[in-house]
Design a protein around this ligand. Structure first.
Ligand code: IMP
Length: 425
């Protein structure tokens, strides 16, 4: 029995949705551990497109159980919206989707607070996904949060909303009166969802422990990517959760010995949405071309993604941080047309050569990439159905990445469809 973890190794948007969809076939349970509706997992099945923000993409497989762990910040309204959309496309979530009672809620006022904070930062804005993620995690850590299991007690819910709004008074007071969230308005909105919500309530940690005892196979699904981790990412241009391996354990309530294999998902190039340093960013026409070829527009916000060459210094760092066993390399087809492909193999900073990112964000913002240039393959990789069908330059590119970062490539994605995938091991 293998319990596999899928984590993003870049700044998110690596294609985790497709990999989770693929690996879900061999799993009984798919469990999401952190983040919230800031994530956007796109899966294409027979030309039908699904974009999921909160619900694990494993839900697209009939009969699979999907769990949302305590580490996720839960926007109840978004959750029900996604459930309805799936229902309309013929996918029933009844009895297959459960949420930890310990998960903290993203409340409507979190979005209002986030908008005010972003505007107060002015030019220093983080350019977040505006889903209320930061303020919801803030409330959790500051102990003003509301847990999912608490919404079923009227008095407790009302009192917690009151206390949380009170804490935000200075921010909310600056808003025009008709835009200020009130206790009654918030309470009524959450209460209206309560009967539906009750069916989802679950002790996810206990559920997983029982599943392990019954030899069920679990797929652990991370959201965002390593470089957005609140501790190890490009702080402060990060999200507010641990997107690295520790987030799986604390976000679900499971011990490390139950994680058998850690698969990191990586794009054949680099993208980033929102602000923050990006050493290998391409500001020229090629950067724009890669954006178009790769359809690099945010699944959550529609924002154009910044694009650049793959950064192997950061990838090696991500492999180390997460203890990655193997890599799923995505969107290799996007590089099909290129005569030459650059890969970043080191940094220069103040005349010194670095082989790992500096700890200080202000230093990381100043590093200059050192590139190695590899020959392109100039052939549509989606024509290859197995590793042996790839041309020598494509194989050499894969080997270069493997040797540099010290992890094997186990899955190769050569297009958006389910069948445009080569499994190597
Ligand atoms: P937040 O998570 O909405 O607070 O946004 C913080 C930063 O993380 C912003 O730069 C977002 O664009 C980025 N971010 C959050 N979630 C994702 C994701 O799923 N993919 C890519 N970037 C993300």
């Amino acid at each position: 029995m293998t319990n596999r973890v899928v984590l993003g190794l870049q700044w998110g948007d690596e294609g985790k949705g497709k990999i989770v969809d693929l690996l879900s076939r061999d799993a009984d349970i798919i469990a999401r551990c952190q983040g919230g509706a800031n994530a956007g997992h796109t899966v294409k099945i027979n030309s039908q497109q699904f974009i999921l923000h909160l619900i694990p993409s494993g839900i697209l497989h009939p009969g699979k159980i999907c769990l949302i762990g305590n580490g996720v910040v839960l926007d109840l309204f978004q959750l029900f919206h996604e459930m309805r959309e799936l229902q309309e496309k013929g996918i029933d979530t009844t009895g297959r989707l459960f949420v930890s009672g310990r998960a903290h809620l993203v409340m409507p006022y979190h979005k209002v607070v986030e908008a005010a904070q972003e505007s107060a930062r002015g030019k220093e804005a983080l350019n977040t996904s505006k889903r209320g993620i930061g303020p919801a995690y803030h409330d959790k850590v500051a102990r003003y949060g509301i847990q999912f299991a608490e919404i079923f007690d009227d008095n407790l819910l009302r009192e917690k909303i009151r206390a949380s709004l009170q804490e935000k008074q200075s921010v909310l007071a600056a808003l025009p009166e008709d835009q200020r969230p009130t206790v009654d308005m918030t309470f009524d909105a959450v209460r209206a969802k309560r009967d539906e919500a009750r069916l989802l309530l679950c002790d996810v940690s206990k559920y997983l422990d029982d599943a392990v005892a019954q030899n069920k196979r679990i797929l652990f699904e991370g959201a965002q990517g390593t470089l957005l981790d609140v501790d190890f990412g490009t702080y402060p241009f990060v999200t507010s959760s641990n997107t690295t391996i520790g987030g799986v354990l604390t976000g679900l309530g499971i011990g490390p010995k139950h994680l058998d294999r850690i698969t990191g998902v990586v794009k054949a190039y680099q993208t980033r949405v929102g602000n923050g340093p990006f050493p290998t960013e391409l500001h020229d026409q090629l950067g724009k071309d890669i954006r178009e070829w790769g359809h690099e527009y945010g699944a959550t916000t529609g924002r154009p993604r910044r694009t650049g060459w793959i950064d192997l210094v950061l990838l090696k760092y991500a492999v180390r941080l997460n203890g990655v066993d193997d890599i799923a390399l995505m969107k290799m087809d996007v590089m099909d047309k290129l005569k030459e492909i650059k890969v970043c193999v080191g940094y220069k900073l103040d005349g010194q050569k670095l082989d790992t990112p500096p700890q200080l964000g202000s230093e990381f913002a100043r590093v200059e990439p050192i590139y190695q240039t590899l020959p392109g393959w100039k052939k549509p990789v989606h024509e290859a159905k197995k590793y042996g069908d790839l041309c020598p330059n494509a194989k050499a590119y894969l080997k270069f990445i493997e040797d540099f970062v010290g992890a094997k490539i186990s899955i190769l994605s050569t297009g958006a469809e389910r069948d445009e995938t080569i499994v190597l091991g």
